[in-house]
Design a protein around this ligand. Structure first.
Ligand SMILES: [Mg+2]
Length: 134
C-alpha cells in the first residue's frame, strides 16, 4: 500500500515555517506502516531548507520515507511508460492530511475528542488500515 503523509499538522503541530511539537502517536503509527513494508511518502508543501529540516526531523524519529514529494518507486515503475516525466499528483492509496474532509473508512467513528486533533484520529485510522491489510 502507498501512504502519503503530510508533515505540518500531522507529524507535528502546524507551526509552519517552524516545526511544531511532535505528534508521537502519529509518528509511531507511520513508523509501524514503514516497518510493515508499506511505501510511505512524505507529502508536504515544504521546499528547500524547510523541507530539509523536516526530513532530518523525521529521520531523527526513525521515519525514513520511500519518497519525498514524489511518487513511490512501485508506482513509477508501473506507469513510467505512460508518464515518462512523472505526474504532478503524487499517487497514494491513502492520503493523511490535517485538512482532510472525510476519513478513509466509512465505519470509522470520529470521536469528539479528535475534532481538534486530526493527527490522533489519523494515527488510529492508519493502524486500523494496516491491521486490515496486513
Ligand atoms: Mg498540513
Amino acid at each position: 500500500m502507498i501512504i502519503a503523509v503530510d508533515f505540518d499538522g500531522i507529524l507535528c503541530d502546524n507551526e509552519f515555517p517552524e516545526i511544531g511539537k511532535p505528534h508521537y502517536e502519529m509518528i509511531a503509527a507511520v513508523r509501524e506502516a514503514i516497518d510493515c513494508g508499506h511505501e510511505v511518502i512524505l507529502w508536504t508543501s515544504r521546499v528547500d531548507e524547510r523541507l530539509s529540516e523536516a526530513v532530518v526531523w523525521c529521520a531523527d524519529r526513525g521515519l525514513r520515507f520511500t519518497s519525498i514529494n514524489d511518487n513511490a518507486p512501485s508506482n513509477k515503475q508501473k506507469y513510467e511508460h505512460l508518464y515518462p516525466n512523472g505526474t504532478r499528483k503524487v499517487y497514494a492509496d491513502i492520503y493523511i492530511d490535517d485538512h482532510n474532509l472525510f476519513f478513509i473508512r466509512a465505519n470509522f467513528v470520529l470521536k469528539s475528542e479528535y475534532f481538534n486533533k486530526p493527527a490522533l484520529a489519523a494515527a488510529e485510522q492508519l493502524r486500523r488500515v494496516i491491521n486490515e491489510k496486513g
